[in-house]
Design a protein around this ligand. Structure first.
Ligand SMILES: Cc1ncc(COP(=O)(O)O)c(C=O)c1O
Length: 444
């Protein structure tokens, strides 16, 4: 395992990475962007090593994927063993046991003790598409309700479900029909103030569905229990349970998109667990399989089993190597109590960001849960004008100092933290020191 130490061997990106980036420009479509063009050779724990010998502290986990950490021994062993046995048969042709194991685990770990079924896919977007297929098929209804600031992927349907135009949707339309967008309960920016946000947002959302779509036409309401790309927006207490209850009353399938927030990231197995919300369907991906591409839809057996044989699937869905990685990742989460670790990471990040916010009024809000934390930057706390340029400058400063950080948000002004749960406290504090320094420099 590489040493858990930040090392700046060259400027970032270093000369070798710059050479590779020139090759990228000549070979890779420019639509595929890279946020921090250091070319990686190894990763372990909380460190990523690049071709120039730099070692960066990882606060991104490849966008919430390597939750159990790169180089997790259980994952490495399970994948190595599975690769040596067979890499693919296609579950729809000749099945294999690891697929069953992952579905059983998903059925067991997701919220609710009702009878469940699961189906496996390759990406978060594919999982969301399939949740919509299942909800439409099971209800015989077509409309899908999604939220402002929501992000669900880059396929045609999930682009249509995603809120933000640039870069996700711009000039990629037309999008799939029967997708309706309603306001998100966003306490920091709720016009009536955070205290009234849950009640008012719930009323607005249900009124809009009733008046503009009709409950009897609505197949599904799809929501991220903590919004990811849209800005780590945490709905106020009561909003999600109220929404789930409204859906239950009207036979609308309540879908929790936990692609980013699931698998211990927020300090519970799933973000829905926090308020005891039991979704009808739940989509998972990212953290499920230690970096291997795998996604799932899990939910009520009556809904999942409504679809005719052959109606769900895909050549690679539930690939055996990805399933082996998932079983090993889940074992790590259970044995090493990674939900507990996410809570202690959340405490460290929350404390450090809280003290930083006391120094800098440009930090309008610190929010999040567990190891899914963020700070929203504004030019002035009174107007809450989004400070995207400042977020960009701090991000760049962190990169140059050897910390992998990410921004997000509809206005590009949210700084998010998604460390692998295997990161040590020392590295986390060091990364926060770097953040402080970068923030100071950007504001100087
Ligand atoms: C909540 C949510 N849903 C869906 C997706 C799409 O997942 P993928 O990129 O694996 O298709 C993402 C990706 O960031 C996500 O955060």
């Amino acid at each position: 395992m590489i040493e858990q130490q930040r090392i700046l061997a060259t400027a970032i990106p270093g000369p070798r990475s710059q050479e590779l980036q020139a090759r990228k420009s000549a070979a890779v479509a420019s639509g595929v962007g890279t946020g921090l063009p250091v070319y990686v050779t190894e990763g372990a724990g909380g460190i990523i090593r690049d071709v120039d010998g730099n070692q960066l502290i990882d606060l991104g986990s490849g966008i919430a994927v390597t939750t159990v950490g790169n180089g997790n021994q259980r994952v490495v062993d399970a994948v190595t063993e599975q690769i040596a046995r067979f890499t693919h048969t296609c579950f729809m042709v000749t099945p294999y046991e690891p697929y069953l194991g992952v579905c059983e685990k998903l059925n067991q770990l997701t919220p609710g003790d009702h009878e469940k079924r699961s189906a496996l896919f390759n990406s978060g977007a594919e999982a969301v598409e399939n949740a919509v297929k299942i909800a439409r098929h099971a209800t015989g209804r077509q409309a899908v309700v999604v939220f402002e600031h929501g992000y669900h992927g880059r396929t045609n349907l999930t682009m249509g479900m995603t809120a933000k135009n640039m870069p996700y949707k711009h000039r990629f339309g037309p999008f799939a029909p029967e997708v309706y967008r309603v306001p998100m309960a966003y306490p920091y920016r709720w016009a009536g103030g955070p205290e009234r946000c849950a009640e008012e947002a719930l009323r607005t959302v249900t009124d809009m569905i009733h008046a503009q779509v009709g409950e009897e036409n609505t197949a599904a309401v799809v929501i991220e229990p903590i919004q990811g790309e849209g800005g780590f927006i945490v709905p106020p207490e009561g909003f999600l349970p109220g929404l789930a209850e409204y859906c239950r009353e009207h036979g609308i399938v309540f879908v929790a998109d936990e692609v980013q927030s699931g698998f211990c990231r927020t300090g519970d197995w799933f973000a829905s667990d926090h308020e005891g919300v039991v979704p009808d369907l739940i989509t998972t991906a990212k953290g499920i399989a230690g970096g291997m591409p795998l996604a799932g839809v899990t939910g009520r057996a009556d809904l999942m089993d409504a679809v005719h044989g052959g109606g769900l699937g895909g050549t690679y869905g539930g690939n055996p190597v990805a399933c082996a990685a998932a079983l090993a990742s889940i074992e790590s989460m259970e044995v090493d109590d990674l939900a507990g670790r996410a809570r202690s990471i959340g405490k460290i990040l929350g404390d450090r960001l809280g003290s930083l916010a006391e120094k800098h009024p440009e930090i309008g809000e610190v929010r999040g849960r567990g190891a899914m934390m963020a700070m929203e930057l504004v030019t002035d706390p009174a107007t809450k004008e989004p400070a995207a340029a400042l977020a960009g400058a701090v991000n760049k400063g962190c990169h140059e100092r050897g910390v992998v950080t990410l921004t997000c948000g509809t206005y590009g002004n949210v700084f998010r933290f998604l460390p692998p749960l295997s990161i040590g406290d020392d590295l986390l504090h060091e990364a926060m020191d770097v953040l402080e320094e970068s923030m100071g420099a950007a504001l100087a």
